[in-house]
Design a protein around this ligand. Structure first.
Ligand SMILES: *Cc1c(COP(=O)(O)O)cnc(C)c1O
Length: 475
């Protein structure tokens, strides 16, 4: 095959061709960048020829053939350059806080505020009334205080960062007491024990996996104790012969000792009482603080329904210490996060009716009727568009997800769909690979679409996805 190398056009010749000019314009790529890609592709074709790996019929090979081949590959590489890795997905799984799919999605008000703040200069660290430098903590502190009742508050990058900062700043070289039943791992990468070791605080485990008593904590308290810590067991449930000590008892215990802080890692951090709707048993942040917790932390993008963030709330002198710590600067959040969080918290302050502006809350609190209506709309549209699918509506359950309220099942409606000739595996794969990508559940050889996490706006796209797959399968 070596003899074909002489048909490979030189770079300067390819640069002069019409295809090169076309690509320059079509993709708005620089001359230098396109040349570099061209050289890469040329090299790889040269290597394929030498290793006899070029997949082609040998008598086709001539200069024109190779030149075309190069430009086909160059275009593929350039078009990849202009595509984003992050793609939007239609989440038809019904799992609302889907960890793999980006947790909470933001609502229109939140997005609008983020876009405005990102597009323009803002008073991120500037006091407009005084014309002086301000602190980015001020933006959100007052809002958090009002929604949680805390004396003071601050925001860091995520709740893992909050846990780390609190342990490092308030318990380094001291002891932190945690129940063995609460030594959790989250998402495969966050372990209380590991983060504790990293922070320089010494973990004192008390009790057993299923039972920890107040006297276990009492016996463990010493001169060295800085924190009695409670960790919300967000992502699992221990059932059967269990006992744990509640926050109130631990607060009383901490208060009996000077310099012992009670800190609760709340995980999700519900600002809204879902229990009032019979959903879950998640403590509300305000309640934990009003019982006297010295400091708490929670995520911004779990039950709260905002951006990724870690919110720390509690006693003024403790928060002041955290704000002054060098790590606060390391873990600080961007203006876009502040904007999204500010808009989210405003909705909480406006009252119950405004919660529908927060997609996570809207979706958790959706009525079965609303979900059924949407499922029915989809069924009608799909049947109208193509006859290649069977689609039945069924009762089912959605999960909250994000390691929040494990085992909590929300009654929902799903469309159970099958294609006349494809298996459910094939269909699920094709849906996943369509644009936008559609992620479904599967059961008993059927695809399930849960309409709790699908909006009205997504219905047409969803139907178009099914239609496109069918047309392709008939080819
Ligand atoms: C989710 C969670 C974390 C980690 O929060 P991120 O915001 O994901 O960093 C820490 N602790 C608990 C109890 C959690 O549930």
């Amino acid at each position: 095959m070596k003899q074909y190398l002489r048909y490979l056009p030189p770079v300067h010749e390819l640069q002069k061709s019409a295809s090169f000019t076309e690509l320059l314009q079509k993709y708005n790529v620089s001359f230098e960048r396109l040349t570099a890609i061209l050289q890469e592709q040329l090299e790889s074709i040269r290597a394929e020829i030498l290793q006899q790996q070029l997949e082609t019929n040998c008598n086709q090979i001539n200069k024109e053939y190779l030149s075309n081949l190069i430009f086909v590959r160059v275009e593929a590489a350039v078009s990849q350059l202009s595509q984003y890795y992050l793609k939007t997905i239609i989440n038809a799984t019904g799992t609302i806080i889907h960890t793999n799919l980006g947790r909470a999605r933001l609502g229109e008000k939140q997005i609008e505020h983020v876009v405005n703040v990102a597009r323009n200069y803002s008073n991120l660290e500037y006091k407009i009334s005084e014309g002086k430098r301000g602190s980015r903590h001020d933006i959100i502190e007052d809002l958090i205080r009002r929604v949680t009742g805390a004396e003071a508050a601050m925001v860091v990058n995520n709740n893992a960062a909050a846990v780390y900062l609190i342990l490092r700043a308030l318990a380094k070289d001291h002891e932190v007491i945690v129940s063995r039943g609460e030594l959790i791992e989250i998402g495969g990468s966050f372990r209380i024990s590991a983060i504790m070791a990293e922070s320089g605080a010494k973990l004192i485990e008390v009790g057993t996996t299923n039972k920890t008593h107040l006297y276990d904590y009492e016996e463990a308290i010493s001169e060295e104790t800085a924190i009695v810590m409670k960790v919300h067991t967000s992502n699992f449930k221990v059932v059967g012969f269990t006992e744990s000590v509640n926050s109130k008892q631990l607060i009383e215990l901490a208060n009996q000792h000077e310099n012992v802080i009670f800190y609760e890692d709340l995980g999700s951090g519900a600002l809204y009482d879902f229990r009032a709707h019979g959903i879950g048993n998640e403590p509300v942040v305000r309640d934990v603080l009003s019982q006297g917790a010295h400091i708490v932390s929670f995520s911004g993008d779990k039950l709260l329904g905002g951006p990724q963030a870690g919110i720390i709330a509690g006693k003024k002198e403790l928060i002041a210490k955290l704000k002054k710590h060098q790590l606060a600067r390391v873990l600080r959040v961007d203006k876009m996060t502040f904007a999204a969080l500010e808009a989210t918290l405003k909705s909480y302050l406006l009252g119950e009716h405004a919660l529908k502006d927060i997609p996570t809350l809207r979706d958790i609190l959706q009525t079965e009727e609303a979900i059924f209506t949407r499922a029915e709309k989809f069924q009608d549209k799909l049947t109208e568009a193509t006859t290649s699918y069977t689609c039945a509506l069924e009762n089912d359950f959605s999960q909250i997800g994000g390691g929040t309220m494990p085992g909590e099942e929300l009654p929902t409606y799903v469309a159970s769909v099958s294609h006349i000739s494809m298996t459910s595996d094939e269909l699920a794969t094709k849906l996943r690979l369509s644009t936008p990508s559609i992620i479904t559940r599967q059961r008993d050889g059927k695809i399930l679409l849960d309409f709790r996490t699908i909006t009205d706006d997504e219905l047409s796209l969803l139907v178009a996805g099914f239609q496109a797959i069918n047309i392709e399968s008939e080819k």
